[in-house]
Design a protein around this ligand. Structure first.
Ligand SMILES: *Cc1c(COP(=O)(O)O)cnc(C)c1O
Length: 350
């Protein structure tokens, strides 16, 4: 679906000035491209690529894990985690609306022959420890073998409080289950929670993070965890065709992002607050803000009209003709863009 209808940028590139569909739409900036162009490379399947090795070491260290694995996508990273934690006939307990259950094409069931059991996600984005405990199966040949609990943070923009994460992980651990965190937006979460990477990552056995969302790289995710788990994940990555050769060009983008694009996530959150306040102030509809996202339901159900008018001004929104539309702030939306965006909304709703 592409609602974009014109309004080329001043630099002549035919793309929207402001793309609010996701933070995955960011393009590598000049400094990141230079880091990529200058990257020393080797064959990572032989373990020879210095930038891949460095990226894995840096993230393992930052998250307080023994080892890490660079992979093409967050979906593959989560899949490798599930395949490495669980075997055939084993069970993963996960939030129903979490990405692993809702948006990864049941890959773990298809490729790993495991059962995904889903729990309702609470309003703050966490899972109830009691619900986890109640779902763990007895040792009974009628049942799958409960093995893993998956958490997510941020969830639909919400930074789930550490105490809630800890309570869920403790419930899992008390039953002898392993834990995995889908931290696609891990750095947005720790920015909003005001905690260290270690504080959040230490709650679960393994953590997956995306480099290609708010951090602004073109490609890549990293799975971190215990060494034996990552060794198994490396074999699964090979089986799935995810072994990459001179991947240092991509890892260099990741290293650049960790150095330059983590501290600036607070700007995206502040921009989301400013956008939410402006929309609320003009009584444009129902507004909810969380980290770098604003969920906006225009009053009068004018979704299509709003989308078309904004598209004509070079502003691209995601789809949907009812309920809330997700507006995502990111590195390629600066202060001037934000002012322009708010003025364009005002011209519709004033
Ligand atoms: C984007 C996302 C993923 C998957 O990442 P891809 O790189 O798009 O495969 C996983 N989990 C969550 C919560 C996400 O937002």
């Amino acid at each position: 679906m592409n609602h974009y209808a014109g309004a080329a940028r001043a630099d002549g590139v035919n793309r929207p000035r402001i793309d609010l569909r996701s933070d995955t739409v960011t393009r590598p900036d000049a400094a990141m491209r230079r880091a990529m162009a200058d990257a020393e490379v080797g064959d990572d399947v032989y373990g020879d690529d210095p930038n891949v090795n460095r990226l894995e070491a840096v993230l393992a260290e930052r998250l307080g894990k023994e080892a890490a694995l660079f992979v093409p996508s967050g979906t593959m990273s989560n899949l490798l985690a599930l395949l490495s934690h669980c075997g055939r006939g084993e069970e993963v307990i996960v939030g129903r609306a979490y990405h692993i259950a809702a948006d990864e094409a049941a890959g773990a069931s298809v490729l790993g022959s495991m059962a995904l059991t889903t729990l309702p996600v609470d309003d703050d984005g966490g899972l109830s420890p009691e619900a986890i405990t109640a779902e763990v199966k007895p040792d009974d040949s009628h049942k799958p073998i409960s093995r893993l609990v998956c958490l997510e943070n941020t969830f639909q923009g919400r930074a789930v409080p550490l105490a809630r994460m800890q309570a869920a992980a403790e419930a899992a651990r008390a039953e002898g289950l392993a834990t995995h965190l889908d931290g696609a937006r891990f750095f947005n979460a720790i920015t909003a929670l005001g905690c260290t990477a270690n504080d959040l990552a230490g709650i679960t056995d393994s953590v997956s993070i995306c480099l290609s969302k708010g951090l602004g790289t073109p490609v890549g995710s990293v799975l971190t965890g215990p060494r034996d788990l990552i060794t198994r994940a490396r074999r699964w990555r090979k089986m799935l065709g995810g072994g990459m050769r001179q991947a240092g060009v991509l890892a260099a983008a990741g290293l650049h992002a960790l150095e330059h694009n983590v501290h600036r996530l607070a700007e995206d959150h502040a921009n989301a607050v400013a956008l939410a306040e402006a929309l609320t102030g003009m009584e444009a509809g129902a507004v909810r803000q969380a980290t770098n996202m604003v969920f906006f339901e225009p009053r009068g159900g004018v979704h299509d009209e709003m989308r078309n008018r904004l598209a004509a001004s070079g502003i691209l929104l995601g789809g949907g003709t009812q309920g809330a539309i997700r507006l995502v702030l990111h590195k390629d939306i600066n202060g001037d863009d934000l002012d322009y965006l708010i003025e364009e909304f005002r011209s519709i709703f004033a």
